[in-house]
Design a protein around this ligand. Structure first.
Ligand SMILES: [Zn+2]
Ligand SMILES: [Zn+2]
Length: 93
């Protein structure tokens, strides 16, 4: 699916998202690195500098996923902004 109003990423955005994907999942801490890169979730579409790295389960899983029932998010009392804060802390840490 190609969305018409989705702009191509800039070089700087691409570099940033690459770094975000190398972080472990911002919710459960699994994965990360070259072998199990996280997925980049856009809190707001196309705003790549506020993207967060999530494992497939915490991102799209039927029960835990942010895009579905969000069970692990609720149990851990996490929000996208809290995970973004942690993402930035890790990138600059
Ligand atoms: Zn996860
Ligand atoms: Zn997403």
């Amino acid at each position: 699916m190609h969305s018409k109003n989705k702009k191509p990423m800039t070089e700087a955005e691409r570099r940033h998202v690459t770094r975000v994907k190398l972080l472990p999942c911002g919710v459960c801490g699994e994965g990360g690195g070259d072998l199990a890169p996280s997925e980049a979730h856009e809190i707001e579409q196309g705003q790549w500098f506020t993207s967060i790295g999530l494992c497939a389960d915490c991102h799209r899983g039927a029960i835990n996923g942010l895009h579905s029932q969000q069970r692990i998010w609720k149990v851990l009392k996490l929000t996208e902004l809290r995970v973004l804060n942690e993402t930035i802390r890790r990138l600059y840490g």
